[in-house]
Design a protein around this ligand. Structure first.
Ligand code: OOB
Length: 576
């Protein structure tokens, strides 16, 4: 692994980032010749009758599709999208939960060359409108209703908002489920697969942008991350190999599947690349998941730490029941449990192995590219106490101080990375990405991850924290600034700082420190309601609100926001 930058590369024009990352990538001939459609299609040709997908569809029906069946649906849907006006290269805003329709739509997009822009099911109109604007998407594919009770969301309301908003180009809405006034996604597909094949152009090549993902929040609203098919196919096939996936593997996906982690680390795409079976589940609770593991013979799954805590606690209770002779689902098929998205403590790591009876694999990745894994044959010391090392020998890692000077191994510093599958810049149809790219990347193309890490002499990374601008709430990322910008528009608020405070379950929980205007006293309820009313995802609603007379004077002003957030977090730590 090259561990330090040469600094010799000329600055990369973000507009040409595809080219830059492609040229750098051309070393890996065998893998680069693959595309995302090509990987799936190869498995479908080799094992047409094998089980590719177990899931529920939007109408609550169980589906069990072979590779041939899933491929057939994807091709017919690709041709249907083309017939209804979506061309190769077009952005399509997609917000679908863990249901069968997601699998069909993502593969159809790869076949056609349309570019899904992956919103998460938790996003609301604030995020969606922003993403619609910055992607220029004219088509929105979504579900009817997700969640239940107070957490229920009618995505058709979000669609109405998008189709009527001045700043969104969305005019076509395809709904998986009860479509109401919109078009039904199920009716898009053409009937005949031969006719579909004949109507479709060749699948896109590896250098084309295959889809866009959303950044977990650095400054302000989510940024668009363009991923090329060839570079992504490389991470998919390498991840599948590192995670031990084979045609016999059964991958249970309980995290929101549109996220980079369950999509490709190794995720659904890694499983299909290996010819295995994907089990998509909408309910991540241990009760539901354990039943599925026993029923489907699940071998692999991926969790975030809060979910791993729940699962291990449930497995412990189950073990106690076993002792008393009560029946409980059998987890013995599980081989590998990935934990990532946020820091997994050594204690949780130990419990995962012991109570779930599987090999733990720590996964430290980011939608911008770089993915680190502990290897399945690493010693326990590495698997339990580190977040692993880069996927590719061509990934470049720098650990630097505030002035971008490299720090010695073993000392904490900020992680910078550059490599074959890490982006060189965010994109935005409205030109808003350029300014951000100048601070998010170094002049020689390293991505500033914002993560505080330590590199051990053996190359494994230990995540020590993040810069104070970004909050990781149990794997769900938010930018402090995004929530602050919204709260500054609440009448009665003079100033505000949003800070992540340590939390045993989630890793971090959010606290909004509010300085009210003279005479005003906004309540916790006012603050939380205001964030919801602005159309932000529920996980961005502050968990706690603290009113302060003023902020520490040294740390006021936009430029020292980061210091202010750090100072406030420190204040709370000291109090505790
Ligand atoms: C994954 O992707 P994102 O884009 O939602 O978030 C990336 C950030 C990282 O920069 C880091 O701050 C944090 O999430 N993170 C971890 C971690 N994995 C991610 N922090 C500590 N320990 C870990 N194991 O979260 C993501 C993408 C692909 C694979 C896995 C996770």
């Amino acid at each position: 692994m090259r561990t330090t930058a040469t600094g010799s590369t000329a600055p990369v024009d973000p507009a040409s980032w595809e080219q830059a990352s492609w040229e750098q990538a051309s070393w890996e001939q065998a893998s680069w010749e693959q595309t995302l459609w090509g990987q799936f299609d190869r498995s479908a040709q080799q094992r047409p009758g094998a089980l590719a997908l177990v899931a529920s569809d939007a109408h609550g029906h169980d589906v069990r599709w072979s590779y041939a069946e899933l491929r057939d649906r994807a091709v017919r849907t690709a041709a249907g999208l083309l017939r209804s006006g979506t061309a190769p290269g077009d952005p399509v805003l997609v917000q679908l939960p863990n249901r069968a329709e997601f699998a069909v739509l993502v593969l159809a997009s790869f076949r056609l060359g349309a570019r899904p822009v992956f919103a998460l099911p938790a996003h609301r109109s604030g995020e969606l409108r922003h993403v619609a604007r910055t992607s220029g998407a004219e088509v929105f594919v979504t579900a009817d209703v997700t969640g239940s009770g107070r957490a229920a969301c009618d995505h058709r309301d979000l669609a109405r908002d998008l189709t009527t908003a001045d700043d969104s180009a969305v005019r076509t809405v395809l709904v998986a489920g009860v479509a109401q006034e919109f078009a039904d996604l199920a009716e898009v597909a053409v009937d005949d697969v031969q006719a579909a094949e004949a109507a479709l152009p060749a699948p896109p090549g590896p250098a084309a942008t295959a889809f866009l993902q959303l950044s977990g929040g650095t400054t302000g609203l989510p940024k668009l991350i363009p991923r090329t098919g060839g570079t992504y196919a490389y991470t998919v096939s390498e991840s599948a190999r590192l995670c031990g996936l084979t045609p016999d593997s059964v991958m249970l996906v309980v995290l929101p599947v549109a996220h980079n982690y369950p999509m490709s680390s190794p995720g659904i795409l890694g499983t299909w690349c290996a010819g295995g079976t994907v089990v998509l589940a909408a309910d991540p609770s241990p009760a539901a998941a354990f039943e599925l593991i026993a029923r489907e013979g699940v071998t692999h799954t991926s969790l975030v730490p809060p979910l791993a805590l729940l699962w291990t606690a449930a497995a412990e209770a189950r073990a106690d029941e076993r002792g008393t002779g009560a029946g409980a689902p059998d987890l013995s098929s599980l081989r590998v449990v990935g934990v990532g998205g946020a820091k997994c403590t050594p204690e949780l790591a130990r419990r995962v192995q012991e109570l779930l009876g599987a090999r733990l694999q720590q996964v430290f990745g980011m939608a911008e590219g770089l993915v680190n894994y502990t290897r399945l044959d690493d010693p326990d010391d590495v698997v339990l106490t580190t977040q692993g090392r880069p996927l590719s020998p061509r990934d470049e890692i720098r650990v630097v101080d505030e002035q971008d000077r490299d720090v010695p191994d073993g000392e904490p510093g900020f992680l910078l990375t550059r490599g074959p599958y890490t982006i060189r810049g965010y994109v935005a149809a409205d030109g808003s990405a350029e300014a951000h790219n100048r601070t998010a990347f170094t002049a020689d193309g390293f991505y500033r991850t914002g993560d505080l890490v330590r590199r051990r002499p053996d190359g494994n990374l230990v995540v020590e924290g993040r810069d104070a601008d970004r909050i990781n709430r149990g794997g769900e990322k938010l930018s402090a600034e995004e929530v602050e910008d919204v709260l500054l528009t609440l009448p009665g608020v003079h100033d505000v700082a949003v800070v992540g405070l340590p939390d045993e379950f989630l890793g971090e929980r959010t606290c909004a420190f509010v300085v009210p205007r003279p005479g005003a006293s906004p309540t916790v309820g006012d603050v939380r309601r205001h964030v919801r009313a602005a159309g932000l995802a529920e996980y961005k609603v502050p968990d706690r609100v603290e009113l302060l007379d003023s902020f520490p004077p040294t740390a006021v002003g936009k430029t020292s926001r980061r210091r202010l957030r750090a100072a406030l977090a420190e204040l709370v730590r000291a109090r505790a």
